[in-house]
Write a protein that binds this ligand. Structure first.
Ligand code: ASP
Length: 338
């Protein structure tokens, strides 16, 4: 008969074996965590902010919010109040956030609020809703203690808008890279050296293996007033499934919405594809619909799975993304289709 001592000795040996077997069965051995991946080279500073939380075993949700806030604080052409305005000269911001329980919140077309990502989080945590838009979103923000900023354009935005007004051509500017620019990470700039995009999408996995993501943007420069892109739309600009992985996007939002882009990427990962292959298949879906049009626009997807593996794919050359984990802290160039 097995006595208590022997039983304890036996379980001391078998318990780790059972745990290891379980993890092998899950296919999660060798998982890299915590980890955060962000769109564009501006993601390096965003990741650094998120890492302050992730490295202290903090929650991925807090990390992605902090990361998004970092870039919302900057004068940047495409994120936050320093962003380029719509064609009426008004900066309108879109943002969303999603956690490991599929809780999510978003704001679209919000004006004069510095941190739309934090308003999105409040929508998620304090209301039974997912998206608030325009004046209603602003009212909710103010009621929840957010300051109403002046709404004046940044110096860069003023200049760019004045330039745009000369022709007022309704052709919203999106991530078509200046392929003549030198250097692998330079293409997200206009020929005059100003960046033409930077929508920030980031997804992270924390030390508890929980995933979260956030997106923040001022959307396409000189868009129609009221236009909403993919960035605040759950399943388009961001999707998180804590069993499988998470994905985000940047580029022509309309094309991403048409294929429910990030949801599609996560579903491809569920079918067993690597993050890079999942992103590639989503890009192919866009290109297949209208190959001629696809040549004129850019969309990039970025994905992270439960093993901490990441990957990206874009329609065209020029999409880059930033990765921070215990193993690395760098910018990667995405593969592309055309
Ligand atoms: N996806 C954003 C939008 O369509 C723009 C961008 O990524 O630059 O609003």
């Amino acid at each position: 008969m097995i006595n208590r001592r022997k039983f304890l000795q036996l379980s001391a040996i078998t318990a780790p074996l059972i745990a290891a077997k379980k993890s092998l069965a899950n296919g999660l051995e060798g998982t890299i965590k915590p980890i955060v991946v962000s769109t564009w080279d501006s993601g390096m500073a965003v990741n650094a902010e998120a890492w302050k939380i992730l490295s202290k075993k903090g929650r991925a949700l807090d990390a992605v919010e902090a990361g998004a806030m970092q870039i919302e604080n900057l004068i940047n052409c495409c994120v936050g109040l320093g962003g380029y305005p719509d064609r009426d000269g008004i900066v309108t911001l879109d943002s969303c956030i999603m956690d490991e329980h599929a809780n999510c919140g978003a704001v679209a077309g919000i004006e004069r609020i510095k941190h739309p990502v934090s308003v999105a989080r409040k929508v998620m945590e304090k209301t039974p809703h997912v998206i608030l838009v325009g004046a209603g979103a602003q009212q909710f923000a103010v009621e929840n203690g957010f300051t109403l900023e002046s709404g004046e354009l940044s110096e860069d935005a003023k200049k760019a808008y004045a330039e745009w007004l000369k022709t007022s051509e309704y052709k919203p500017v999106i991530n078509i890279e200046n392929k003549k620019t030198n250097g692998p990470f330079a293409p997200n700039f206009f020929q005059d050296g100003t960046a033409n995009h930077d929508t920030m999408g980031l997804v992270a996995m924390d030390s508890m293996s929980n995933l979260s993501g956030a997106v923040t943007t001022s959307g396409m420069a000189f868009k129609l007033h009221g236009r909403v892109g993919d960035s605040p739309i759950i399943g388009a600009g961001l999707f998180v499934d804590n069993e499988i992985g998470a994905a985000t996007s940047s580029g022509t939002g309309e094309e991403v919405i048409r294929i429910c882009g990030t949801h599609l990427v996560v579903e491809f990962m569920r079918q067993g594809l690597s993050p890079e292959m999942a992103c590639k298949k989503a890009v192919q879906r866009i290109v297949k619909r209208d190959p001629a049009k696809a040549k004129t626009l850019q969309v990039g997807f970025l994905a992270l799975n439960k093993k901490g593996q990441y990957g990206a794919y874009a329609i065209q050359k020029g999409f880059v993304f930033s990765v921070k984990s215990g193993n690395e802290n760098k910018i990667h160039e995405s593969k592309f289709l055309i």
